[in-house]
Design a protein around this ligand. Structure first.
Ligand code: ZN
Length: 108
């Protein structure tokens, strides 16, 4: 797989996640379909989803989840700072360590 293929795959993934975000309020099923396609493209091109997108896909049920829509985000600052994302579709949690200041800010 050459780097051009990966680059194109990444662009399509970004577009699909953007569309999913724009669509989720009006048509959650369509938003989910966009994300499913994005995940398939990532797998086919052997690229990892960027971190910001990975946390928008429930690790357990693969739902497209957005804070304030169908997920709940809690920031734990004591000891090891981390974010807990609760998927309101399956009720399970994802725990994401916070390492950089930049990441922390993106949740505020
Ligand atoms: Zn879930």
């Amino acid at each position: 797989m050459d780097s051009n293929t990966k680059r194109i795959a990444m662009q399509r993934i970004q577009t699909l996640f953007r569309l999913a975000k724009e669509t989720i309020h009006e048509d959650p099923a369509l938003a989910q379909r966009y994300v499913d396609i994005a995940r398939k493209i990532a797998m086919a091109a052997k690229v990892r989803l960027p971190r910001e997108y990975r946390r928008q896909v429930c690790r357990h049920c693969k739902s497209f989840i957005l804070p304030g829509v169908n997920s709940r985000v809690r920031i734990k600052k004591r000891r090891e700072p981390h974010v807990v994302i609760t998927c309101l579709n399956c009720g399970k949690h994802m725990r994401i360590p916070l390492k950089t200041k930049k990441e922390q800010n993106s949740f505020e």
